[in-house]
Design a protein around this ligand. Sequence first.
Ligand SMILES: [Zn+2]
Length: 269
Amino acid sequence: MDTALVIIFALFGTALGSFLNVCIDRLPVDRSILRPPSHCDSCQHRLSPADLVPVFSYLWLRRRCRYCGALIPWRPFWVELGTGLLFALSYLYFGLSVSFVVIAFYGCLFLVIGFIDLEHHLILNKISYPAMVLAPVIAIFRPPSELIALNLAWPWGGIVSSLMGGAMGFLFLLLAYLLTFAIYKREAIGFGDVKLAGLIGLVAGPQLVFLALTLGAILGGVVGIILLLLKLKERKEPLPFGSFLAIATILTLVWGSAILNWYLGLLHF
Ligand SMILES: [Zn+2]
C-alpha cells in the first residue's frame, strides 16, 4: 500500500465530508444542496476558502465562527473526520479496486442517513428510494458478498444476490415491526427502519444483511442501556435505531466478510 495514496484519499474523504454535512443540513428541510454557498448559521456571513478547510479550520478557529464568534456544533467535525477515516480504511482494505469505490460510496450514503436520523428521527424516502434502485445496479459490477457463490452468469449473480438480501432484510425487520407493535400496542420500530433494512439487504446481500441488522440491534441496545444507567435518557424516549443500523452497515461492509469467516471458522473448530 502506498502511504501517499492513503493520505491523499483521507484528505479527499474529509473534503467530501464537508459536502455530506451540507446534505445532512439541507436534505431534511428541503433546501438545495448546491445553493447558496456555505455560510455561518448565526451571522449568515459567507465562508471563505480558508474557513472551509475540512477538520483543520475547525481546530484553528477553535469551533467558533471567524466573523461573529458563534460556537459551531461538533457534528461537522465528526462527519469530516469520519469520511476521511472511511476513505483511508477502505483503501487500506480493498486497494485500488471497484470494491474501494463502491464501499466508500455506500459509507458516505449511510453516514448521511445515520446523522439525519440522529438529528431529526427521520429516514428520508428521497434518499432511501433512489438508493434502493441503485443498489442492484451497482451489484452487477460488485456482487454484495464475496462469500456467496451463485452459479449464475454475469450479470445475474450480483443482481439476484442483492434482491435476495433486500427481501430478507425487509421481511426480517417487518416481522420485528409487527411483533413489537402487537406487544407494545404502538410503533416501537419506525417503518422507515423497515425500509432501511431492505436497503441494507440490497447493499450487503443475503448473508451480511443479518450481520448488519444484528450488530445494529446490539449497538442500539448497549448504548440504550448505558444512557438509561447514566440517566441521560427517559425510558419512553425512542433511540434513533436507523443511526445504529447505519453505523453497523458501514462496519459490516468493510469488515463483514472477515467477521463472518472468522465466526464460521469457530464453528468448524
Ligand atoms: Zn458567524
